[in-house]
Design a protein around this ligand. Structure first.
Ligand SMILES: C[S@@+](CC[C@H](N)C(=O)[O-])C[C@H]1O[C@@H](n2cnc3c(N)ncnc32)[C@H](O)[C@@H]1O
Length: 221
């Protein structure tokens, strides 16, 4: 992306974990067909008609590359080095040009108003500061550009799923490198100052209980 700058040092940093980093990269590679089956119908709708250059925050091993037009460019903001090799291989396989930056979504280093579309799936649960990430997404989107997101979120209070999320939150966060299954991301998204936003709530039926309550939507800058 032209005009890409070097992100100034952040006070927060991404921990490159020698064991959990490679384990998570392997987990998301192995689980990709399963997760894809569960989320395909939502993603087909969400990522329909993406432009030829897209910014993705936290692309991991490249689960969303299949939704990009062939020969398009993905500007990937992925701080976890363990994801980089499989992501690069997946981009090659899908015929997508990869512009990979080892930065955090809280401070991407991209210029103001540079993107027509920013996408993310299952990322705002893992970032250190979701509100800072949403401010950054708005900053890099051109007026009228869209942020398309799909996230797992806290279940409504008093439900069985919410109780399971409470019980499992610590091991879940440990295994999945800081992922929280208790975030009210709908509230963060609605208060992030986008010009308009649509959010759908839905349930994914899996034995991974903390992962069952989801939202997906499109916000316009
Ligand atoms: C659960 S994985 C999801 C990966 C991919 N989006 C998917 O749907 O399979 C979360 C991803 O967010 C990345 N991540 C964590 N903290 C981040 C941050 N502050 N900025 C950008 N990406 C981050 C992780 O490295 C990981 O690749």
């Amino acid at each position: 992306m032209s005009g890409t700058t070097t992100a100034p040092p952040l006070e927060m940093g991404f921990e490159q974990h020698a064991v959990r980093g490679p384990l998570n990269a392997a987990f998301f590679r192995v689980m990709d067909p399963y997760i894809e089956r569960k989320l395909r119908s939502i993603k087909q709708h969400l990522f329909n008609g993406l432009p030829r250059q897209v910014v993705e925050i936290g692309p991991g091993v490249g689960a969303n590359l299949r939704y990009l037009p062939v020969a398009s460019t993905l500007v990937a903001i992925e701080p976890n080095r363990h994801m980089h090799r499989p992501l690069t291989a997946a981009a090659r396989q899908h015929g997508v040009r990869l512009d990979l930056w080892e930065f955090m979504a809280e401070q991407t280093g991209l210029p103001d108003d540079c993107a027509d579309a920013v996408i993310s799936s299952l990322v705002l649960c893992s970032v250190q500061d979701p509100d800072a990430v949403l401010t950054e997404v708005r900053r890099i989107l051109r007026p009228g550009g869209t942020f398309r997101f799909l996230e797992h979120v806290a279940a409504p209070p008093g439900t069985m799923t919410r109780a399971a999320q409470r019980i499992l939150r610590r091991p879940w966060a440990w295994i999945f490198e800081g992922c929280s299954c208790e975030r009210d991301l709908e509230r963060s998204l609605r208060s992030a100052g986008f010009r308009s936003i649509t959010i759908d709530r839905y349930r994914v039926h899996t034995p991974f209980l903390p992962f069952n309550t989801h939202i997906a939507g499109i916000a316009q800058a």
